[in-house]
Design a protein around this ligand. Structure first.
Ligand SMILES: Cc1cc2nc3c(=O)[nH]c(=O)nc-3n(C[C@H](O)[C@H](O)[C@H](O)COP(=O)(O)OP(=O)(O)OC[C@H]3O[C@@H](n4cnc5c(N)ncnc54)[C@H](O)[C@@H]3O)c2cc1C
Ligand code: FES
Length: 265
């Protein structure tokens, strides 16, 4: 896997501390699948030394562009959120295994928390194109209205959409997982896809397991190489080997394979 130089073509502040970057990288745009990520470094600097993994939020194969959503939480992401158009990034990708798509006619429920919305926007986009409308529903939760970042990109690709915030500043007050039992009780959810904070995904996995609804979760983990070589990103699973690499074996896993209690301890 080779690194490619990808210039930033557009930056938008999506919410305080969050930026959407559009990157010119035709090879990545051509191959990217929902759930895959790019491993990013600012060209010409080794501070921070390691690349940072960021999900692909959208791709435009015709223009050779991808979009990523970055939330500033530390040195690397802080730098990325402030870069302007023209800045070259050094990226490797698309990396990892993405979401297995539903069979034609199956209905999908997508459940996002915070910046976990990024890979689900991409999935909703692909599902809408391949399955048509009526088959994608979205739930989105955050602490407050600022955390429902890029919600229009998500809602606009879902036939039905509901949001929650913990402080009640947007959508229904509460946790996004509070909405899940009623959705499953409708009896028309064939698959669930989720990405967000680990406790949220653990709860989604638990509900789905209890009701026999297949569920796929996109995991985050600290990363080194990003290509399966250093074992720096393993998570505990029921699979063999027990420790699976998020960068290479994931980041998307069948939720029943993940040992959520150990992961969230
Ligand atoms: C497959 C994958 C996809 C991701 N997609 C996105 C995305 O679309 N948008 C986005 O903003 N972020 C995404 N992340 C998380 C992002 O990679 C981390 O926030 C980033 O690496 C932090 O780097 P930093 O230098 O800013 O922070 P650091 O200074 O390295 O750390 C700052 C804080 O972030 C935490 N942190 C650092 N790395 C990770 C990590 N990999 N997972 C969880 N917590 C971490 C640390 O515990 C610390 O509290 C993704 C991570 C993975 C593994
Ligand atoms: S980051 Fe090196 S094996 Fe996953």
């Amino acid at each position: 896997m080779q690194s490619v130089e990808a210039a930033i073509t557009r930056r938008e502040e999506a919410a305080p501390g969050h930026s959407v970057l559009e990157l010119d990288c035709p090879t990545v745009a051509a191959e990217a699948q929902p759930g895959q990520f790019v491993h990013v470094r600012v060209t010409g600097t080794d501070d921070p030394l390691l690349r940072r993994p960021i999900s692909i939020m959208l791709r435009d194969q015709h223009r050779g562009r991808i979009e990523i959503l970055v939330r500033s939480v530390g040195r690397g992401t802080e730098m990325l959120t402030h870069l302007g158009p023209g800045t070259p990034l050094d990226i490797i990708g698309p990396l990892g295994k993405g979401f297995p798509l539903p069979e034609p006619g199956e209905r999908a429920l997508l459940i996002a928390g915070g910046v976990g919305v990024a890979p689900l926007v991409f999935l909703a986009d692909v599902l809408q194109l391949s399955h048509g409308s009526g088959y994608v529903r979205g739930l989105f939760g955050g602490l407050n209205d600022d955390s429902l970042v890029c919600w229009q990109d998500f809602a606009g690709r879902c036939e039905e959409f509901q949001a929650t915030t913990e402080d009640g500043s947007a959508g229904t007050q509460g946790l996004v997982t509070d909405l899940l039992p009623a959705q499953i009780a409708r009896g028309d959810v064939d698959r669930v896809y989720t990405c967000g904070p680990r406790p949220m995904m653990a709860k989604v996995a638990e509900e789905c397991a209890a009701t026999d609804v297949p569920c796929w979760a996109s995991l985050e983990q600290f990363m080194g190489c990003g290509i399966g070589a250093c074992l720096g990103c393993v998570i505990p699973t029921r699979l063999q080997p027990r420790h699976q690499r998020v960068c290479k074996d994931g980041p998307v896993f069948n939720a029943t394979d993940v040992l959520w209690e150990e992961l969230t301890a």
